[in-house]
Every structure is written in structure tokens, then in C-alpha cells.
Design a protein around this ligand. Structure first.
Ligand code: 4AD
Ligand code: MG
Length: 475
């Protein structure tokens, strides 16, 4: 259907062509001597309307009542100019084949407006709606544009592991991986006392498959650093996991992260790369997802296209953490959490900066206090701050977190000790500084937050096909 309706003439150039469309019925309206069937195949937002005279082959399926909303059909016919005002072309059917019937009275996605909360409970059906179809296509386009951007710049894509023994962020938000011994494999004479049991079997920590505690990765950064200090610029793009028990519209337990790592680079290079990347992907969807973006502009966030256009064109604001704190303390707005140098910025502060103080521009905040940032960030000359950067955007808040990495062995060792981390478990990370160290920098972008930013969808659960949040893993 995208192939027909996607052109600038909305299909007029294809009039006279014979074709078969396969898809799902959105509406089926019986008239006296013919029937209108609107079909959508997910390739675009638009439906294609088929006009089926009641003498065409297969019309009995329509009479049987099974060709209703939700049914799958194949319709053969010829594209003609439409008499209707709503579309330029329609399909004059010569044959209708019902592939899978549907019961309109029980089909869960009815025409009436369904709340996003309700649609989350039917995650197997929600991609049949306009909104979720559009989100899926824009998400796909953002992923494509991501690879395109980095590939064109010569970055090598690196697969970082999902199971790992190392803790990149040190924020204590890891899921632990353990071994399930199925009930059928248990020796009934063994006394199981200390190990947790489930209805499927026993979770045995002592026989751990990995020999020591293993976790689901919170970030592929440390692995990316290994490759960046061998292949120069690299990036990862894969799922990451955080066991934070927070029910917010910006947090998932499983989310996708894009983590570029630049060799022979400092924080300035990192900021420039992140800016160019964001501008590239935004431009890409404005150029290539026009129909879906118009839909978001009309139904989800008014003005989103203009907002994204300005993101693609204008420089981002840059402010240091210290200046941001000063600006926030002087703000007239009363915050729930008071701002003080040394405290992490809360989401209300982040949103104030990007939405109010800087009027919708993305804001790059740099040089955070070292005590609120991870161990690997490069210490600045002042001894108090690190070469960190976060990029904040309207509505979403923190979209990107990155930094220049500490490449000096003595400084990194000192920091690991200062924080009471186990130096032995970082032996390989320290080796990168021992053998041919280079200044390097990188960032992590939460892919779902990017999709939120690009579509205007308020809740992060609605921009990933199957959200994983506390208590939800059904689909
Ligand atoms: O700021 P974070 O924790 O940074 C890192 O993990 C670094 N190792 C990245 C790097 O330098 N290579 O996470 C990076 C981004 C955040 O800015 C946010 O967009 C996203 O990941 N993020 C989440 N997205 C959804 N749900 C969560 N629970 C998220 N936690 C972080
Ligand atoms: Mg962060």
C-alpha cells in the first residue's frame, strides 16, 4: 500500500494497473450492490479502499459476515481514480479471498478511541492501530538512520555481550543471571534448603554456570572501549538492562542503547559527534517518514515537526553543570527538589533548562561533580569535576549520557581505590591504559527516549514493542 499511496500523486500515476493487496481489514461497509473494504498492510498509515461489486469472485465471504474489522484478506483488482473525496485512488476488485476471519464483536481493537493504558494490556494487538504502526515504522527508520550515520563515518559496529560479570555504571541496578535446575533434573534425595525454588525448579547459585555472579549488562561501554582502543571509532547498538524499580514514563527495565566510542577524542569531539548524530536521525525521519510524522503532529504532539526541524538546524545550547546550577538557583520557578552544587539534576531541573530557560533547544550540560558520576570519567584540572556531558531535550529530559574516559592509568587506579571498587576485577580495563592508551570519549543514547523525543509519545512503554517494567513481562 505504501508503494501505491506513498508517491507525491497518492497513486494517480498507477491508475490502470492490476494488483493484489494483502492486509487486514480496517472497516467493511456493505452497500446495496457493492461493499467498501478499507485494508491496511502496515507498510504505511494509509488504508487502500477496495470497491467490491456483489458479483465478483469471492463475494460470498463478505456475505458470510467474516470479512470484518481485523480479518485478513487478499484483494485482486485494478487501481482506478476514486470518486470519493477522501482518496485519489481505489481498487476496483475482481476477486476477494478471505485469509483469516475475525469476529467484529470480540475483536479487541475497535474503532472507538482506545487508551494507551488499555492497549498495553493487549500488546499482541496494538500494532494494528494507527499510532503503534506509526511508532514501529519511525522506530525502524531511526534504527536505520543510526547505522547509516555511523557507517558513513567509518565507525565499526561491535556486539557487546548481554551477560557480563562487570558493572559499568556501579549504580547497583543489575539483574543477576543464575541457573535454573528443572524439577525433573533434581535428585529427590537431595535436601534443598538454602536455594530459592520456583514452580519450574530450583535457582542454584552454587552451581552457577558462569562460576561467579553474572549479570545482564547495564551498558556496553567498557566493551566498546576495548574495541575503540584497537579499531578506533566503534559503536554498539543493543539491549541493556536496569533493575530500577521505578515507575516513570522514562524508565524501562530493558531498553536499547546506542553507545559510540571515539578514539583519539576528547569531550568536545564527543559533543560534536552526539550533535551531528541527533541532527542526522531527526532529519532522516522528517525526510522519510512524512506521513507518520504528520500523524504525530496532528494527534500526538502539535508542532512536533517544527520543533524537530529546529533541532536539525540549530546549534545546541552548551552550559556547564556549575552554570546550570547557578541558573536554576536564580530561577523564579519553585522546584520540588532544591538545587545545590554537588547534587544530581532531577528531571524537573532538566526539563526546566531545556523547555523554559532555553526554549525548546537541546541542552548539553558538561563538567559534572565527580562524586555523582561513574568511576571511569576523566577528572578535570579543578580536581572536583569530570569531563562528562548529558544532553537534555524537551519532554524527555536526559537523552544522552557520555564522557571523556580517564585514560591515565595512575588516575584511574586511584579513582577505583577511592571508590572502594575491586581493582582486580578491572584488570583488563586497566590494561587498556597500560598498553597504548589514548584519549577517548563516548556516549550512550537511550533509544526509546529518542523514539519518544521523535514522536511526541509521552510514555516510554508505548515506544518499544514489548515494554519490560516492574511486573510486566507477559508478551
Ligand atoms: O547515563 P547512562 O547511565 O550512561 C551510561 O550507561 C554510559 N555507560 C553511556 C556511555 O557513555 N557509553 O545511560 C545512557 C542513556 C541515558 O541518557 C538514557 O537515555 C538511557 O541511557 N537510559 C534509560 N532509558 C530507558 N530506561 C532506563 N531505565 C534508562 N537508563 C538509562
Ligand atoms: Mg546518565
Amino acid at each position: 500500500i505504501a508503494g501505491v499511496k506513498g508517491g507525491p500523486d497518492e497513486g494517480l500515476g498507477l491508475v490502470g494497473q492490476k494488483m493484489t493487496i494483502r492486509g487486514w481489514v480496517r472497516t467493511c461497509r456493505l452497500q446495496k450492490t457493492f461493499t467498501f473494504i478499507e485494508v491496511n498492510d502496515g507498510s504505511c498509515l494509509s488504508n487502500l479502499q477496495a470497491v467490491v461489486q456483489n458479483d465478483v469472485e469471492g463475494y460470498d465471504a463478505i456475505e458470510s459476515g467474516l470479512v470484518t474489522t481485523g480479518a485478513s484478506v487478499a484483494i485482486e483488482g485494478e487501481l482506478i481514480e476514486s470518486q470519493g473525496a477522501k482518496q485519489k485512488v481505489e481498487l476496483k476488485a475482481t476477486k476477494v479471498t478471505l485469509i483469516g476471519g475475525s469476529d467484529a464483536t470480540t475483536f479487541p481493537v475497535q474503532k472507538k478511541k482506545l487508551t494507551r493504558e488499555y492497549l498495553r494490556t493487549i500488546a499482541h494487538m496494538r500494532p494494528r492501530t494507527n499510532t503503534f504502526g506509526a511508532v514501529a515504522r519511525v522506530r525502524n527508520a531511526l534504527a536505520y538512520a543510526t547505522h547509516q550515520f555511523f557507517q558513513e563515518k567509518g565507525f565499526v559496529w561491535v556486539a557487546s555481550p548481554i551477560i557480563t560479570a562487570s558493572d559499568c555504571e556501579g549504580a547497583g541496578e543489575q539483574f543477576c543471571v543464575t541457573t535454573l535446575i528443572p524439577n525433573s533434573h533434581l535428585d529427590p534425595t537431595t535436601k534443598i534448603s538454602d536455594v530459592p525454588t520456583t514452580k519450574e525448579g530450583v535457582l542454584d547459585w552454587s552451581q552457577d554456570f558462569f562460576g561467579k555472579p553474572a549479570f545482564l549488562t547495564v551498558s556496553g561501554q567498557l566493551n566498546a572501549e576495548i574495541y575503540a582502543t584497537s579499531l578506533s571509532d566503534v559503536y554498539t547498538f543493543g539491549p541493556t538492562f536496569r533493575a530500577e524499580n521505578s515507575n516513570t514514563s522514562r524508565h524501562l527495565a530493558e531498553f536499547w542503547m546506542i553507545e559510540p566510542e571515539l578514539a583519539f577524542a576528547d569531550l568536545r569531539d564527543d559533543m560534536a559527534c552526539a550533535t551531528a548524530y541527533l541532527q542526522h536521525v531527526v532529519r532522516h525521519i522528517l525526510d522519510n517518514c512524512r506521513e507518520d510524522m504528520d500523524f504525530f503532529d496532528k494527534w500526538v504532539e502539535k508542532g512536533i515537526i517544527a520543533r524537530l526541524q529546529s533541532v536539525a538546524e540549530k546549534d545546541f545550547v552548551h552550559i556547564t553543570y556549575t552554570d546550570a546550577v547557578e541558573l536554576l538557583t536564580k530561577a523564579k520557578k519553585k522546584f520540588e527538589f532544591p538545587v545545590k552544587w554537588g547534587c544530581d539534576l532531577q528531571s524537573e531541573h532538566e526539563r526546566y533548562l531545556t523547555e523554559e530557560a532555553f526554549k525548546g533547544s537541546p541542552v548539553i550540560v558538561t563538567d559534572y561533580p565527580k562524586d555523582i558520576k561513574a568511576f571511569y570519567m576523566r577528572e578535570n584540572e579543578d580536581g572536583k569535576t569530570v569531563a562528562a556531558m548529558d544532553i537534555l531535550v524537551p519532554r524527555v529530559g536526559e537523552l544522552i549520557g557520555g564522557s571523556q574516559r580517564e585514560e591515565r592509568l595512575d588516575r584511574l587506579e586511584a579513582r577505583i581505590e577511592e571508590l572502594g571498587l575491586n581493582k582486580d576485577s578491572y584488570w583488563w580495563y586497566l590494561d587498556l591504559r597500560r598498553y597504548g592508551t589514548v584519549p577517548h570519549a563516548g556516549f550512550g543514547l537511550g533509544f526509546e527516549r529518542l523514539v519518544q523525543f521523535a514522536t511526541g509519545i509521552e510514555n516510554i512503554r508505548d515506544v518499544i514493542p514489548f515494554p519490560r517494567t516492574p511486573g510486566s513481562a507477559e508478551f
